[in-house]
Ligand binder design. Structure first.
Ligand code: GLN
Length: 247
């Protein structure tokens, strides 16, 4: 790991959207993971928390959102509508984003709760989610472009990808988007949606570094130069979990 007195390779602004309303099951750990890994790679993370009632920062380099209760999702709806154009422009321009569970649903076209309330989404990901009485809960193993990814899901929403919408991964163990088509999450450009808590990034360092690489190259316009990070424990834990559930 690089020492703190080496010169920073550049600043990366990490924005966590709605950490109060939408950050259950440890999803704040994704932000902490990225801030630490950026530092260990020699970059300087600037972490900004976006709360409802504020203008979303247009200079965000990496945007993270977490899961929440249906009630938390309802509480952020007005702010999301207010900031939708900025978020859509950032997404279209290539700013990497990772949205977990409840925020994944709101980055889609709509989430219809189990009571039938329709929460409109921003349509950045071409997915639609319907709440169900039966929840999908448990550990998950996915096959993804970043190797096997492990995590934990807990959602009532059943998500359908529109034709042509790419998933984040293929389910090897667990339920994923809907428990039937083996898809999990969605990816459009550099925007990733997934149901995986855990939090997912500390458990899957190669996916965390893929987001960092996208952010660095997009923000600084130069190649990502990695530092040396000891991921032995995370790698062992993931290998063991993959073998246990999908071996
Ligand atoms: N309320 C949503 C659902 O149950 C999101 C849950 C979550 O974010 N963990 O589908």
């Amino acid at each position: 790991m690089s020492s703190s007195n080496t010169k920073s390779k550049g600043q990366i602004k990490v924005v966590h959207i709605y950490p109060r309303e939408m950050s259950i099951y440890g999803d704040l750990g994704n932000t902490r993971c990225l801030a630490s890994r950026l530092r260990w790679h020699g970059y300087e993370p600037l972490v900004h928390q976006h709360h409802p009632g504020n203008d979303f920062p247009t200079d965000a380099h990496l945007v993270l959102g977490g899961g929440g209760q249906d009630s938390g999702q309802a509480r952020v709806e007005d702010d999301l509508a207010h900031n939708a154009d900025v978020l859509r422009a950032l997404a279209a321009g290539g700013t990497p984003m990772l949205m977990i569970c409840g925020m994944y649903q709101l980055f889609g076209n709509a989430f219809i709760t189990v009571e039938g309330e329709r929460l409109p989404g921003m349509g950045i990901l071409d997915v639609t989610t319907q709440g169900n009485a039966k929840r999908m809960v448990g550990p998950v193993v996915l096959q993804t472009a970043y190797g096997d990814v492990i995590g934990y899901e807990n959602h009532s929403g059943s998500t359908q990808l529109a034709p042509g919408q790419q998933p984040f991964g293929t389910v090897k163990s667990g339920m994923g988007n809907n428990g039937t088509d083996k898809t999990e999450g969605a990816v459009t450009g550099n925007v990733f949606g997934s149901y995986l808590h855990g939090p997912v990034l500390p458990a899957n360092p190669s996916f965390a570094d893929a987001l960092i690489k996208l952010a660095v190259e997009h923000a600084l316009g130069e190649p990502f130069v990695s530092g040396r990070i000891d991921d032995e424990i995370a790698d062992q834990a993931r290998t063991r979990q993959v073998r246990r559930l999908a071996g």
